[in-house]
Design a protein around this ligand. Structure first.
Ligand code: COA
Length: 325
């Protein structure tokens, strides 16, 4: 049987130049490097420069993914940008990126699923490709969370950072087995009843202002460990695979303790887990593609490797994807 698969043909990323360390934060907040490291695994985060917008980060990541893919920009027929920090309320920041790239043949829109945004965007692009509505898709996760943080709230502002990552997906024929290269499956979930655990207290239709991120950290932590393990098991079972088949586990980078807890539950050794939270902090929708970028650049993730991704975010939303690289 021949099926259409969405194969990752290139990966890119971008991190703003400015680095903010835990020690620098401790100079202006009642916190410490030790507390932040112990509770989250974070040592530093990148912060977008004044005037540097989400579309700038997204463009830089997309440009580097295009270079890695060796694909002409005119071949891109779809741009999906996962973000919760768009340049403007409308239009979609994806259209700004389209213009910056000169990707004239693409349709472009944003996906809003907070930290699960990249998994949601990957699933959407995969379904467009499988149905024949797209051939070559640019899927980006880009955030400037520094702009929606309450820098007086030590329980949240120490945990996030800015950045962008991107992958280029191309339609290729497969046999319909797990040996195929490309996206093997995606599983998405949400539960709107959990809104109050993680949200931004503003918006165009409510306060007319952008607002700040609010979070019940302990509760989010509890849901994250349970739901991330469930959705990864769901991915493995749907494909008749087990954790021992996974070459690389690339989880959303929210907290090192959540990553360790999920990997342990799954029985995946630490040396098969890609961790960037120490350097990038939580970059929301950008965290998975940034981690993919880091691990492909240093030659950990190679062609034909089986990669498991998963994320949980505000909404709440959560999801997983299995990709044969
Ligand atoms: N520096 C120092 N102390 C801090 C602090 C900081 N930056 N932030 C909170 N504290 C204090 C709290 O005020 C509390 O003090 P108290 O006991 O006197 O009230 C104490 O540290 C413990 O706080 P608590 O919230 O119980 O810590 P925790 O072990 O749950 O860790 C998080 C807090 C936020 C790191 C953790 O809950 C977490 O990572 N949650 C998930 C967050 C997440 O993943 N969000 C994104 C999902 S996409």
């Amino acid at each position: 049987m021949t099926v259409r698969r969405s194969v990752v043909v290139g990966c890119g990323g971008y991190l703003p130049e400015k680095i903010l360390t835990n020690d620098e934060l401790a100079q202006r907040l009642d916190t410490s490097d030790e507390w932040i490291r112990d509770r989250s695994g974070i040592t530093q985060r990148h912060i977008a420069a004044e005037g540097e917008l989400t579309s700038d980060l997204a463009f830089a990541a997309a440009h580097s993914a295009l270079g890695a893919a060796g694909v002409s920009v005119q071949d891109i027929d779809m741009i999906l940008l996962a973000t919760s920090t768009p340049d403007e309320t409308f239009p979609a920041t994806a259209t700004v990126v389209q213009s910056k790239l000169g990707a004239d043949n693409a349709m472009s829109f944003d996906i809003q699923a907070v930290c699960s945004g990249f998994v949601y965007a990957l699933a959407t692009a995969d379904n467009f490709i499988k149905s024949g509505q797209a051939e070559t898709a640019m899927v980006i996760g880009a955030e400037t969370f520094s702009r929606i943080l309450d820098w007086q709230d030590r329980g949240t502002c120490v945990l996030f950072g800015d950045g962008a990552g991107a992958v280029v997906l191309k339609a290729e024929p497969g046999q319909g087995t797990t040996a195929d290269r490309g996206i093997l499956s995606t599983h998405l979930h949400s539960d709107g009843r959990l809104h109050d655990l993680l949200y931004v207290d503003g918006g165009p239709s409510s306060t007319g202002e952008v607002g700040f991120l609010r979070m019940e950290g302990k509760e989010v932590f509890r849901h994250a460990v349970v739901k991330m393990a469930e959705v990864t098991v769901e991915a493995l079972e749907a494909n008749g695979l087990t954790a021992s088949d996974i070459d690389w586990f690339v989880p959303h980078q929210a907290n090192k303790r959540i990553i360790d807890g999920t990997a342990k539950k799954l029985g995946i050794n630490g040396d098969r887990v890609v961790v960037t939270i120490d350097q990038h902090a939580n970059t929301s929708a950008a965290s998975i593609p940034l981690a993919l970028w880091v691990a492909t650049r240093d030659d950990r993730i190679k062609r034909d490797n089986l990669v498991l991704i998963e994320a949980l975010g505000g909404g709440m939303t959560w999801g997983s994807g299995l990709v044969r690289w």
